[in-house]
Structure formats: structure tokens, C-alpha cells
Design a protein around this ligand. Structure first.
Ligand code: ATP
Ligand code: MG
Length: 465
């Protein structure tokens, strides 16, 4: 930092540490992007600073924004000249011009993000705290530096940022600011999906993501990008029988899972595990409320949600789909009389994701009755043991059935047809059911038998080894 101080003093311009880096330092949170604000030309300052560093990546200039970035060691320094922004109503593009330190701090989103500290050659200099940011940081408060209506209408993404900071830092959004969000929530419509999703991912990655979702709900922002989660809200009653509120249940599952895993996609699976419930909800005279097939319906909803939010649609999405689809399966394994075959089938279907699936199931136990929770969790210890035994013996995980379609066609001298699929499937089933051992010889014999039953004869293999 001294280097920046030395260079800026030599150039005769004032440079300040600002924004997230200052906030995080004061909160003792690790932070690697350093924002440097200077009253003057930020790009020139960056270039001069870079020359002074032994290890400097070179300066990347973003002309459009008047900013410059350089990397040194683990740190990323972003230089920006102080700006003044004025927004013209109905246009999202602000008019940007050079401004003073004060102008620049005024256009920042929250008081805790609008602190600045002067960088001098001898170290850090005076603090600039125009809006009581230090005090708010102490209390854990999120508050806009100017009228919330103005802050949020200038850039509606700030509403989501407020909720993200409240979740990430476990801060409280002050009433006036929160009322401002509620009043402006409709304006989130003009924000790009990418920016929304980036904030959503930070909420998901927090220690207690439920805090964010409760605020997203109360602020009326949630239905704009995750209506399926809003739809989980409410507990209907009929003939005196109610069901649990699936929104709060889902959030409890998400938090319980977040305690055990940082895997963002496993967290998404928790958020979406019951997403099919509203569509499958029925009231049955003899059974009360049911949600038959909600895991299948829910899994089918995953791709639409991922595409809409521009989340990755490759293996991450497949993983979430799979976990949603399978989330009820381990429950049946907790019953005393489960067969090895049921365990093998789950291992076959879940593959490498079996441990994640079990974590999800354990998080899904949200009864208020402590005794019940304890008992259910103990059941899963037994399930894990069972899985381990079966896996050690039968090695089903990541298993490929030993008989391929090619081998079937070659053996019986036939072309691709329905019969090939039937034989292949029946061998897989026989192994999973434990009718034959999981080895090639037994599978080959069964293939001949099943083929003959379908009227096929093995071709002469004398000349083949
Ligand atoms: P994080 O790095 O954890 O996302 P941050 O506060 O550092 O948090 P950045 O996006 O890195 O966020 O922005 C750096 C600083 O720029 C912020 O602290 C804030 O002062 C200002 N800022 C960023 N985005 C906005 C915005 N949409 N409106 C107003 N000020 C903003
Ligand atoms: Mg930052």
C-alpha cells in the first residue's frame, strides 16, 4: 500500500482505499480485491504504481468505465477516478463525469460501503466517513447514504445487494432502507439476469442462506426470479388437517445442509428438493394432504429454472436434477426390512452422488420433535453402514452392467433391435436383484438363456476366441 502512497504523493493526487476492502478489513473478513479511489486520473496512477511493483501483471484498462486493474501477488487492485453520476429518469445509463471524493462516496450503495481512508507514503491517513458508516458497521446495520428511493431507483440491483450483505455479514437492513426496497421491488425487472444470479449465488454461499430468502420474500423481490420458491409458501387446512409450510421447511433444509456442506450445487438441490410440491398437492379423504410424485415433477422443473437464471446447464444441473429426483429414495432404506436389492438399486442410480444424497436426506429431517429427529438421524447411520457393506461386496457404485449391446448382437448375430435392449435390461435387473452374482460369467450364461427364451440362437463362435 505504501507504494501507492508514494506514487500518488509524487503525482500530487489524493488516493483512498474505499468500498468493500475497507469494510471487510474492519470486519476482519478476508478480501483480495482492493478498490482504490483517486481524485484525478486513476489509469495514470495505476500505470505508475505498476512500474514500482516488482511483480506486476501489467495494467488492464477499462476505458468505458475509466478504471484500471492490476494484479500483484494474490491481490487485485482496482483504480478508479472519483466520479459523479446523475441518473436521468427512465434511462438506466447514468451520465458520468469527474467529481470530488464526496461526489463519489455519495453514489455508493450503503454507508458501510462508502468509507474511505487516505493512502499515504507513511501508511494509512485520515478516515473519511461522511454518512456514519463506521457506526453502522459497529451495529451491523445496512443503510443507504441518501434517500433509499433515490439509491434504489438509480440502480435497482442495490436492493439485492442489501439483502446479500445482510445475509453474508449477518447484518440488519434498517427499516427505512427496507421500506425503500419494498416500495421499489418492481424495478428489479430492469436488471439483467446475470447480475441477479451473481447476488443469488452469494446468498446461497452464505452460512445461513435462509436469512436472504426470508428477506427476498418480505421485500417482494423473490417472485421476480424464483416464483417456484414463492409458490411453496402457505399451509392450507381442510377438515381440520393442515400441512407444513413448504417454504419455511425448504429454508430449514437449506440451512441444515449449509451447516454440513459448502457445495453450492448441493445447496441448490436443497432449495429445489420440494419444488414440485405445489403442482402435486392433493387432499385425499383417507390420507389427508399428499404430494405424490413431487420428486419427479420437481426434477423436471430444474432445467427450466436453471436456464431462466442462466445457471450452468451441464453437470451441475444434472446433479441437482438427480438429487431432487432421488431425494425420497433413501427414506425407504431406513425401514428395518430393506432388501440388499433396494440398496444396490439406489447405489446404481445415485452413483458417486450417494453421500451428497444422504446429506440432503439428513437435512430434510425438520421435525420439531427432537426425539424424532434423533431417531431418524440414527436410522441414517444404519443406512450408511448397509450401503458400505453392500458396496464392498457388490461394487455397484459407478458400475456398468457387464453385458453390452454390442456383445449381445455379436453373440446372436443380430442387428440393433428391441430384443437387444430387453436382454440387456433383464441382465442388469437380475444383478441388481441379486438373482445372479455381479460377474461376467454368470451374466453371459443368463444372456444365452434370455436370448433363447426370445427365440434367438447363438451364432457359431468356433473361430472366435
Ligand atoms: P464484494 O466484493 O463482496 O462483492 P463489494 O462491496 O466489494 O462486495 P464490489 O462489487 O466489489 O462490492 O464493489 C466495490 C464497491 O463499489 C462497493 O463497496 C461499493 O462502494 C461500490 N459499489 C459496487 N456496486 C455498487 C452499486 N451497484 N451501487 C453503488 N455502489 C456500488
Ligand atoms: Mg469487492
Amino acid at each position: 500500500m505504501q507504494v501507492v502512497g508514494k506514487v500518488s504523493e509524487k503525482m500530487g493526487i489524493d488516493a483512498y482505499l474505499v468500498g468493500g476492502y475497507v469494510r471487510d478489513k474492519l470486519l476482519n473478513r478476508p478480501s483480495k480485491d482492493i478498490d482504490i479511489l483517486c481524485v484525478g486520473n486513476g489509469i495514470e496512477l495505476a500505470e505508475n504504481v505498476c512500474r514500482e511493483f516488482k511483480r506486476c501483471s501489467g495494467v488492464t484498462v477499462f476505458k468505458k468505465f475509466g478504471t484500471a486493474m492490476l494484479k500483484t501477488g494474490d491481490f487485485e487492485l482496482e483504480f478508479v477516478g472519483a466520479r459523479k453520476e446523475s441518473y436521468v429518469r427512465h434511462s438506466r445509463k447514468p451520465k458520468v463525469e469527474k467529481g470530488s471524493l464526496r461526489d463519489d462516496l455519495l453514489r455508493r450503495d450503503f454507508t458501510i460501503n462508502a468509507l474511505a481512508v487516505k493512502i499515504e507514503e507513511k501508511g494509512l491517513g485520515e478516515w473519511v466517513d461522511l454518512f456514519g458508516g463506521l457506526e453502522d458497521l459497529k451495529h451491523g446495520w445496512i443503510r443507504t447514504p441518501v434517500d433509499p428511493a433515490e439509491t434504489f431507483s438509480d440502480d435497482p440491483l442495490r436492493m439485492l445487494r442489501a439483502i446479500r450483505f445482510a445475509t453474508q455479514l449477518e447484518f440488519e437492513i434498517r427499516d427505512e432502507t427496507f421500506l425503500g426496497i419494498q416500495a421499489s421491488s418492481e424495478r428489479i425487472k430492469i436488471i439483467s439476469t446475470e447480475r441477479i444470479t451473481a447476488e443469488l449465488q452469494k446468498i446461497m454461499a452464505s452460512d445461513q442462506p435462509s436469512r436472504g430468502f426470508i428477506l427476498l420474500d418480505k421485500s417482494h423481490l423473490l417472485p421476480h426470479f424464483l416464483p417456484e420458491i414463492s409458490a411453496l409458501k402457505g399451509a392450507e387446512k381442510k377438515d381440520g388437517i393442515g400441512h407444513k409450510d413448504n417454504f419455511y421447511h425448504t429454508l430449514e433444509v437449506l440451512d441444515r445442509l449449509a451447516e454440513k456442506s459448502d457445495d453450492i450445487w448441493l445447496r441448490w438441490a436443497a432449495l429445489l428438493h420440494d419444488v414440485g410440491k405445489p403442482k402435486t398437492k392433493r387432499f385425499e379423504k383417507d390420507h389427508g394432504w399428499t404430494f405424490h410424485g413431487h420428486e419427479v415433477v420437481g426434477a423436471r422443473m430444474v432445467p427450466r429454472i436453471f436456464r431462466r437464471l442462466k445457471l450452468p446447464t451441464g453437470k451441475e444441473m444434472k446433479f441437482v436434477e438427480k438429487l431432487v429426483a432421488l431425494h425420497l429414495r433413501p427414506i425407504s432404506l431406513t425401514k428395518e426390512e430393506t432388501s440388499d436389492s433396494a440398496v444396490r438399486r439406489l447405489l446404481f442410480d445415485a452413483g458417486d452422488h450417494i453421500e451428497d444424497l444422504l446429506l440432503l436426506c439428513e437435512a430434510d429431517i425438520t421435525s420439531k420433535n427432537k426425539e424424532k429427529v434423533k431417531r431418524f438421524l440414527e436410522n441414517y447411520i444404519r443406512v450408511r453402514q448397509r450401503i458400505k457393506e453392500v458396496e464392498e461386496r457388490d461394487r455397484i457404485r459407478n458400475w456398468q452392467p457387464p453385458i453390452t449391446g454390442d456383445l449381445i448382437m455379436e453373440t446372436f448375430g443380430i442387428k440393433p433391435s428391441e430384443k437387444v435392449g430387453m436382454i440387456k435390461e433383464s441382465i442388469k435387473e437380475a444383478i441388481l436383484d441379486g438373482e445372479i452374482p455381479n460377474d461376467k460369467k454368470a451374466a453371459f450364461e443368463l444372456m444365452i438363456e434370455r436370448g433363447k427364451a426370445l427365440g434367438l440362437e447363438p451364432v457359431d463362435r468356433v473361430n472366435k476366441s
